[in-house]
Every structure is written in C-alpha cells, then in structure tokens.
Design a protein around this ligand. Sequence first.
Ligand SMILES: Nc1nc2c(ncn2[C@@H]2O[C@H](COP(=O)(O)OP(=O)(O)OP(=O)(O)O)[C@@H](O)[C@H]2O)c(=O)[nH]1
Ligand SMILES: [Zn+2]
Length: 347
Amino acid sequence: MTTDLTDLGWSQFFNGQLDLEEIGTLTPVRLSEVRRRSVVALTPALERVEIALTGDHVATDMAVGDFALTDGTRLIRLLERKTLISRKAAGIAAQAQLIAANIDTLFITTSCNQDFNEARLERYLAIALDAEAVPVIVITRKDRPEEMPAEDYETRAKSIYEGAEVMLVNAKDAEDIARLERYCGRGQTIALVGSSGVGKSTLARGLTGEEIEVGEIREDDAKGRHTTTARSMHRMHAGGWLIDTPGMRELALHDASEGIATLFEDITELAAMCKFSDCRHRGEPGCAVRAAVEAGELDPERVERWRKLLEEDARNTETIAEARDRGRKFSKTVKSAKKAKSARRGE
Ligand SMILES: Nc1nc2c(ncn2[C@@H]2O[C@H](COP(=O)(O)OP(=O)(O)OP(=O)(O)O)[C@@H](O)[C@H]2O)c(=O)[nH]1
Ligand SMILES: [Zn+2]
C-alpha cells in the first residue's frame, strides 16, 4: 500500500532536508509515541512501528509529531521541525520538556463562562506564536453562555489579537465541529489547549470519533520515573492529525519572549522608544508606553497583562537556564559514571 506521505503531514519543508542518498535508502516516519528507549512511529503506509533508540538518540530530544528517517530497524536522524511546543518540566532537574512538534494549528479553547479571560488567552496565544503555530481561539458552550451573551465572548476574543481566528461553538454540535474541520484536513496537524472542563475531550471526540485517553504512562527506571505519553497522534475525520498529550494540557509559559513580542507588537514597539532601555514603564521619565496610555491610545489593563506575562516568562525561563547550568555539571558526572560502567561491561 502506498499512501502519500502528505497524509502524514509531510511537505516540501521536510523533503528539502533530505539528500539524494537518503531519499534512495531511508524512509520518513512520524513519531506518535516517545518512550524511554524507543519510539513508536507512523510509516507512510500508516502502520505503527516501534523503533529502538540507539547510539546518541535519546528520548528527551524527541517529540510526538517529529519526523525522522529510519533504515527499517534504526532511527537514523530527526528532521528539523516546523514548529515546536515545549513546557517547563516539573521537578528539580527543570528543563524544557518537548511536548509536540510540527503542529500547524493550535486550538486555544475556552468557554462562555468564568473560564474566559484575556490574560489566559494571551498566555496561550504567546505560546502558539512562539512555537510558530497558527492560533485559533475556540469558545465552547455557545449554547449555554453564563455571564453575557455568547456573541459578546466572541467579540472580546476577537479584540485580543487580530491574527487569531475566533470560532464560537457548541462542542457537541456536529455542524460546529464541521466548521472547525477547515483546519483539520489532510496533512494538517492540530492540538487542543485550555483549562480543564472547557470541552477539549468533547472537541477531540467530535473531530476524531475516538474517546481519547490522555493519562500519563510512567515507566520506572533505576534513576526515577520517566513520563511518557500514550498513543498521542489521532487521525481526524477530515484527514489531519490531532496530537493530544498530558503535557499539552498542562502547558506553562516559558521562553516565549518572541511570542509575547508578536502578540503585543504595538507595546513592544513603544517600549523600544522609552528613554531608558531598562524602563519598567512605571512612571520613569521619557516612558513611551506610559505616554501612550495617558494619551488614551493604549489600554492600561492590557499593558499590565503584557508586563505580567513578560515577568512570568522571565521567571520560568531563568529557572530553566539556571537548572541547565547545574545540570551540565551533574551530567558530566553521570556520563563518566556511565562510561565506567560500559567499560566494565565491555560495551
Ligand atoms: N452544552 C455544552 N456542553 C459542553 C460544551 N463543551 C463541553 N461541554 C460539556 O462540558 C463538560 C466538560 O467537557 P470536556 O470535554 O470533558 O472538557 P475537557 O476540556 O476535556 O476537560 P479535561 O478532560 O478536564 O481537560 C462535559 O460534560 C461536556 O459535555 C458545549 O459547547 N456545550
Ligand atoms: Zn517605558
């Protein structure tokens, strides 16, 4: 059976990374599960094969949705990603954990109720923009709006960022699901983010016809527990792929300064014109942001949210950088210990 690679989400972007020899000898696959010492990959024939990780390949470098080349038994190399979503991993060894690669569209989900708020949506928008995925705000419960008419939620969402499409839906309604399917066609990859209870499972069920379980699977090893994800790529009715992982549902902001700058482009540009390059926009002389607020050209609440988002991002990013420094020293120790061990085993 020859399924077109396009079905997997393959495009010129990936094809252009292969040299002639690789085209002749290797097969592109897409990772649908990342385990501790192996990955499960989707082949061009849409079969799932388990590939052991050998040599320098380690699970922490791989993400669900990655494209890789295999010679049939081994994973030869990962291809450069079009988009990447990561999160700050929990625990002392804080490091960025890769959540999903090559997502085209991120459905940022909220509801016509108290879950809806600009700050939350902006945080997800910054993540999507930073990852270079197209953000679509999906507002569920249009059939049961709580605090104001459903259309008002839509209007508020539309005013957040003009680059984001807004879809007001009843997640249980087949016609509304069909409206979302324009992002879910053949070759497209999407993911759902949003708080618990906003309707992500309901949307996922509507788009795939599957009841998706996103429980974390833990594989124990001597050094502790390593979290992997269960089967995470799901085919949608419209032909595309939905990536659903526990990590995706618990995304936190980190290292997203470019996304924040894109989302708040106007404020970012103003801030560059402040007299002091480290201006905190809290009343310093020559503050262009402050001046715009005073002139009524900028919403002060939006400025406050922007500042908080930057702070949150800086806080989390710093922790990762610091941990990385600490980790380097530690990993040297681990590496030499491992070497000694393999030497003893005669590997
Ligand atoms: N009336 C109505 N009910 C909805 C809508 N979207 C979701 N629900 C209901 O809201 C409840 C929560 O929806 P879920 O799909 O489980 O939410 P979730 O985001 O997956 O939540 P987690 O699994 O906790 O992440 C369910 O009872 C859904 O049937 C909607 O648009 N309209
Ligand atoms: Zn300023």
